[in-house]
Design a protein around this ligand. Structure first.
Ligand SMILES: [Zn+2]
Length: 245
């Protein structure tokens, strides 16, 4: 399914504070889905996982404007390895065709399963439930764990941006690590950081000048930051002496 292009005008600071679900108790997948529905509309529920991931990474690039850092612990030596998600590589992957389906041989009989979309993933609580929802045959065949694994692999081939697996070498012992990353977790983490920063700015400026949230968020970012600095300098009891240029 073709997602619409990113909006020509980037989402504003006020938009992101308004649209981003603040409750951190909700799962990241639910929060990013709510944001995408607000930006792209109800069509979002028909996106395969790969399209969701590409849209999320595009929104992250537009809003956060820096690489996505991730960590993985080496299973060999327990060293914490930092790496960067390959955002460009994932956004450049081919999108799954609308209505794409895989054919799976189960005990000598072929059955077709369509690629799951976000509305399926939001309601199915297991791989088996997802297979039942997406089966295109009049009767769902009996599926073993092995059949379900083959089905998941076939879906991944059809929708390569749907799973993000990064191969890296441990910086300490050289052990090969396959790190699986869900873009929803990283986008939620970084949007929480961005919205926190904006709300702190509102808190400082509203406290200093009594301006409204709306007018503060409408300021260009550089001016908003400068007002925060001015207020902080005024409040600071011990003014630091600046070196001369
Ligand atoms: Zn290691």
């Amino acid at each position: 399914m073709d997602a619409p292009p990113l909006p020509a005008a980037a989402l504003s600071a006020a938009d992101i504070v308004r649209l981003w679900p603040l409750s951190r108790r909700r799962p990241a997948a639910e929060r990013v889905l709510a944001l995408l529905v607000a930006v792209d509309g109800r069509d979002t529920l028909g996106y395969p996982l790969g399209t969701r991931n590409q849209r999320l990474l595009g929104l992250h690039q537009m809003l956060v404007r820096r690489p996505i850092e991730a960590h993985v612990v080496c299973p060999g030596c327990r060293t914490d390895n930092e790496f960067t998600l390959p955002v460009q590589a994932v956004t450049a992957l081919a999108r799954a065709e609308q209505g794409a389906a895989v054919r799976l041989d189960v005990d000598g009989v072929e059955s077709a399963f369509r690629l799951p979309v976000l509305s399926d993933l939001a309601t199915a609580d297991s791989l088996h439930a997802l297979a039942v929802r997406t089966c295109l045959e009049p009767a769902v065949p009996q599926l073993s764990d092995g059949d379900l694994d083959r089905l998941a692999e076939a879906w991944e081939v059809l929708d390569p941006a749907g799973s993000l697996l990064v191969d890296l070498c441990c910086a300490s012992c050289g052990h090969g690590i396959a790190a699986e990353a869900d873009p929803a977790d990283f986008v939620a983490r970084d949007l929480d950081g961005l919205v926190d920063e904006l709300m702190r700015d509102v808190d400082v400026i509203a406290g200093g000048y009594g301006w409204s949230e709306e007018s503060i968020l409408a300021l260009p970012a550089a001016r908003r930051r400068r007002y925060v600095e001015l207020i902080s300098e005024t409040r600071s009891p011990a003014r630091r002496r600046a070196a001369r240029p």
